[in-house]
Design a protein around this ligand. Sequence first.
Ligand SMILES: [Cu+2]
Length: 146
Amino acid sequence: MTVIYKACRGSRLAKTIMGLASLSVILFAWVMVSGHLSSAAQSSDAVRLTIVARGMAFYRAEQPETANPSVTVSPNQPIVIRFINRSSGSRHQLTIQGTDIATRVLGPGESILVRLPPLSPGHDLTYLCSLHPVTMEGTIRVKSSD
Ligand SMILES: [Cu+2]
């Protein structure tokens, strides 16, 4: 009687452990797959750029000394631009001519995400601030091939 009882308890415990183990394997696999999918989506889906308005010019985050830089992008890829107004007192916006991109006017400290559709290769687009088009204007160069 005692032996059978112990065996039952043992097998029930074993089943519980096996159940938990397989559940954790499934969870682990799910985390791996979903993590892999989301990082793949981020890397292949869209090119990410940051454009900063400071004073009365545009800058790239990685070239803080170059006013209104030319920005080179690959064709046929969606592009996500984070536009940040880092000026201390001026309102700015971002327009990309030849596309339908024209953000609302941002106050100091505000930022906005802009999604550009894939661009056809080998041409230039002008980006500007419609409030200060004389001092805030640059070029987006779309490479002729990938
Ligand atoms: Cu402006």
